[in-house]
Design a protein around this ligand. Sequence first.
Ligand code: SF4
Length: 365
Amino acid sequence: MLCLGVGLSSSVADLIARSRAFASKGVPDHFHDAMYWKTIDAETVQCELCPRGCTLSEGQRGFCRVREPRSGKLYTAAYGAVCAAHVDPIEKKPLFHFLPGSTAFSIATAGCNFRCKSCQNWQISQVRPEDVKNTPMSPRQIVDAALRSGSQTIAYTYTDPAIFYEYMLDTAKEVKAAGLRNMCHSNGSLNPEAVEEISLYLDAANIDLKGFTQEYYSGFAAGYLDTVLETLERLKRNKVWLEVTTLVVPTMNDDTGTIRKMCEWFSEHLGVDVPLHFSRFWPQYKLANLYPTPVETLEKARETALSAGLRYVYIGNVPGHPAENTYCHACKAPVIRRSGYTILANEVRNGKCAFCGADIPGVWK
Ligand code: SF4
């Protein structure tokens, strides 16, 4: 495993001194041109990357803590500022129907456009890029590191890749040119034009569908449900291999009626072959006083999804649970057996079940 280190690096005094230095120099050296924004007036711009649509004046940072205007132009502070890099099993993303048993060279920069109360990476997602230790890496250096690690895929993950969009896009182009694959794990909160553009280079995505009411999205994540649903449909339409994760948080989004509505929408708009992962919540960050999701709650959610017609429904964060396996929708045989992130057996042959020959949807080679 390669780890570039994650941690707070600066005292408050350092940061104040640095921001004064920035102001005196105009555009800081680490800033990079941002995409997707428009001019409001000489000193104000509006960011159009995500649905929050921050209107920002000179020196003001966006909600994501990454994008900032200088002299009437919008910049990103996240470009090339890698704060985490690891070689992970693709199953950890999670992608269960995409090159099983392979690894993904996984990167993040600091910042996020959500405020999830149970964020497991809050030390890097809820800070500015300037607040953590970074290793500068060009897109080409990412590709070289991925090749050295033997990974077939580069994963944009840990924080939300929406906020390092320009870096993800440039890297994704290099990755494709090198014959490797791209995947992202995202909250899906990105405006349609940006989704269209990155879709050209994405091979796979795991998008969080955190719940199925705007009330929950507002209270839990400070996010927008409609945009996430639109992103899911758009990625599916653009033939990006899609899997979806729902973190089931006890007492907050575990209502069976709402999960049923979500699964009915899922079946109708994404289809029954898109895998859905119900993931177990573990107490942390702002929900440290809540209890872990009971396994029975996850099993009930899975039964609800199966009864809505979904064919590939998994339970995550419960190592050894039988719902980690992939079962053929036709003969019900376990075609891929897993324990945690480890593949115990893979009986998918050329995209088909080795037992009955039915197609198993996914990217297998
Ligand atoms: S990407 Fe950041 S700056 Fe842009 S609208 Fe979203 S939160 Fe605001």
